[in-house]
Design a binder for this molecule. Structure first.
Ligand code: ADP
Ligand code: MG
Length: 714
């Protein structure tokens, strides 16, 4: 059985090399992965309407009887038209198919078919004319009812719905004898959940709506259950590992060196860190707090605590820009104390890398680098610390659960601190970070002002330019963020169920790309021409660094960029954030972007430019205008877009590449009851079988979810 699932998808009839390549683009390599490629929506072909009653512009199902022999005509070279008439009690329709001559023999005069498509009307003379072009059609037999719900799959080039459905039905029949279920029987019965084979069959080919609901419930439970198992296993491992106790935690010099005094919340968190790190049980802590609340300084304190015990610390950031900034800030703070801070990113020259490796692993404490800051280059490169004690990840939400697992695995005996500015609703935090102790920074440094936010359309362009001039004239600086075409991810497999029903994706205004936009802006503001620069992910690291540096130094007044500046960037003099095509961004992402301004003394503004007319888009932008609390924005984001999007906010690629969290069906808001019971069930199971030895298949699915090699979770 298990063999049938892990077999390559090419084992299925009809899936050859070419088709397999298309599947691979969707991340589907095995039969099992195919089965877990869930429909993003279902067509309801069960509501049969008459031609006369067919809704305008919407697909619908009709029962029509063929009235004329199908005929093929050549329209022009390479283009043929198959045409016939079919009727019901309310009228007659002309049915056409382009370039599908082979369908000619599937339609028989006098036979009835269930058609599914859009009905168009023409009023020619006295009779109403209906047409249906290229509708789906199935022979209709009163005695053998057709299924009502048809799956609609996320697709990729080279795969049609039909082919996907065929592949799926082959996969389902191959696994029909599935007796093995990943879920232990007693849990399944206690929770009144369907079997896995029932669930898989009905998620793809639902008998009816109630069966679909039952299937979904089982699969959602599975998602939560596996995730809970994974985090619980990680937590247990941490408890059994042994870290170095860093007991030297006198921070008075540190406090004195800071240009401000810490907030109550920061002090509280630092105290928690001191306590954690003084123990041999490895710290596993997450600091969650809104943008700008001052998490970095808590991380710095932790790094200093490690250093005071003669140990080393590592800080990992999701972008090079942020890594550079952290390295610079930490050097400034710690160099006067005689500590050595190094930066290690992909762009670091090889020779320098080698020196850093050596200095990190040096047995001689006087030659040793005390703190290293970098991107995930820290994970992949041959970094070994001579005296490791602490590893920190900044902006955790940018990394996936997989990277966290990898990091935890690589550094099992180290204290671990993660920071996240994405305000995560409580239930979700429990799920995602169940293995971590939570510290919340719920207080902003004093003197922070609210960033006044405006939503404007294209017609305000001239006024916006005048406003830019004014701000710069008064000494301020401006960020302009554009969605970048070249960086935009296109992941057809990630469309959520809800999205299908959102009509907005269709006609969107053209996107402003950073480079062209910069030119436009230079033309519009000629006197500022030389102080406008752009920044995007495709640029060389050195260039990016140079531009960021000149922006921070105030030489560049307007920085046009893609979302590369989204996380962490800190230039307190910047006071105007303009987001072009703002409707293209997630709310939490907009909140992050807005958090780049309002960091200094200047009155700050955020201008969201959007001409999107859709109701949801307007509602979302309105939320940004009226809400300043990151948590509320996150909740709204979830309510308006669903968790699939939430996790994709600005970081889809990063999360996916790192094999992060992908709840395919579960909605972390609606399904929180199921989530709680899944977490309880996971805990109970692990009590009797901590390593899932008796449940190898379940174990494998957990490992896969966390994208770790077999064995990592043992
Ligand atoms: P985030 O939590 O988003 O990572 P940062 O750590 O980057 O926030 O801090 C944002 C800004 O606030 C920085 O410029 C930092 O120097 C400043 N800051 C942090 N803590 C305080 C404080 N207690 N008082 C005043 N300013 C602070
Ligand atoms: Mg930060």
């Amino acid at each position: 059985m298990s063999d049938a699932l892990t077999a390559s998808a090419t084992a299925l009839p009809g899936i050859g090399k070419v088709r397999a390549a298309a599947y691979a683009r969707l991340g589907i390599h095995t039969v099992e992965q195919l089965l877990y490629h869930f429909p993003r929506a279902y067509e309801n072909r069960g509501n049969i309407v008459t031609l006369a009653a067919a809704p305008e512009g919407e697909r619908c199902a009709l029962l029509l009887t063929v009235a004329t022999e199908p005929r093929i005509s050549l329209i022009r070279r390479g283009m043929s038209l198959l045409k016939f008439r079919a009727y019901d009690d309310s009228g007659t329709a002309e049915i056409t198919y382009f370039n599908q001559d082979y369908l000619k023999n599937t339609f028989h005069l006098g036979a009835t078919y269930r058609f599914y498509g859009k009905v168009e009307r023409f009023s020619g003379g006295r009779v109403k004319q209906f047409t249906l072009s290229s509708p789906a059609a199935e022979p209709w037999d009163e005695d053998k009812p057709l299924p009502a719900l048809y799956p609609v799959y996320p697709l990729t080039e080279g795969l049609s719905q039909k082919q996907m459905a065929q592949g799926m039905s082959a996969a389902l029949s191959l696994t029909a004898e599935n007796r093995g279920d990943t879920l232990p029987d007693d849990i399944r019965r206690d929770m009144e959940l369907a079997t896995l084979s029932y669930a898989l069959r009905n998620i793809h080919a639902p008998e009816d709506l109630p069966s679909l609901a039952i299937a979904k419930r089982r699969l959602i439970f599975d998602e939560f259950f596996r995730f809970s198992l994974g985090t619980a296993i990680m937590a247990r491992q941490a408890r059994t590992a042994c870290a170095v106790a860093c007991t030297q935690n006198d921070l008075s010099d540190f406090r004195a060196a800071l240009p401000y005094s810490l907030t109550g919340a920061q002090n509280r968190v630092i105290e928690q860190i001191c306590r954690d790190m003084a123990s041999t049980t490895p710290m596993r802590r997450i600091i969650v707090g809104d943008v700008g609340c001052g998490k970095t300084v808590c991380a710095a304190a932790a790094m200093l605590i490690a250093a005071q015990s003669g140990r080393q610390a590592m800080l990992m950031a999701p972008t090079e820009i942020l890594a550079r900034q952290h390295a610079a800030d930490l050097s400034e703070l710690f160099a006067p104390m005689g500590l050595r801070v190094a930066l290690l990113i992909g762009a670091t020259p090889a020779a320098q890398k080698k020196m850093i490796y050596e200095a990190l692993s040096s047995p001689d404490p006087t030659r040793r680098i005390d703190m290293v800051v970098g991107t995930h280059a820290l994970l992949t490169e041959g970094v070994t610390l001579a005296a490791p004690a602490l590893v920190i990840t900044d902006e955790q939400h940018r990394f996936g659960a997989g990277q966290r697992a990898a990091l935890a695995e690589k550094n099992r005996d180290m204290h671990m601190l993660v920071m996240s500015a994405t305000p995560i609703p409580r239930t979700m935090a429990l799920m995602l970070y169940g293995d971590l102790d939570l510290s919340r920074i719920d207080e902003m440094p004093p003197g922070r002002q609210r960033v006044d936010t405006f939503v404007i359309g294209e017609s305000y362009r001239a006024r916006l330019q005048a406003f830019i001039r004014k701000q710069i004239g008064e000494g301020g600086q401006v960020y302009v963020v554009c969605p970048a075409i070249e960086e935009r991810e296109c992941e057809p497999d990630e469309v959520t169920l809800d999205e299908l029903f959102s009509p907005e994706s269709a006609s969107r205004p053209p996107l402003k790309a950073a480079v062209t936009y910069t030119e436009e802006l230079r033309d519009a503001l000629p006197e500022l021409r030389d102080t406008i620069a752009y920044l995007h992910g495709g640029m060389k690291s050195r260039e990016k660094d140079d531009i960021m540096h000149r922006f921070a130094a105030g030489q560049i007044k307007i920085l046009v960029s893609t979302t590369v500046i989204e996380v962490g960037v800190n230039v307190p003099n910047a006071n105007l954030m303009i987001v072009e095509n703002a409707d293209r961004f997630g709310l939490s992402q907009l909140h992050q972007l807005r958090g780049r301004v309002g960091r200094g003394k200047r009155k700050s503004y955020c201008v969201l430019v959007s001409d999107a007319q859709g109701e949801t888009a307007r509602a979302r932008l309105e939320t940004m205008r009226t809400t300043y609390d990151g948590y509320r924005i996150a909740e709204e984001d979830l309510a308006l877009r669903g968790p699939g999007d939430f996790f994709r906010v600005g970081s889809g690629v990063a999360i996916r590449q790192s094999g992060g969290i992908r709840f395919r069906l579960a909605d972390l808001c609606d399904d929180s009851d199921l989530m709680t019971s899944a977490a309880t069930a996971a805990r109970t199971l692990l009590e009797s079988d901590p390593e899932l030895r008796d449940h190898p298949r379940l174990r494998r699915t957990v490992e896969e979810l966390f994208c770790v090699d077999s064995g990592t979770l043992s």
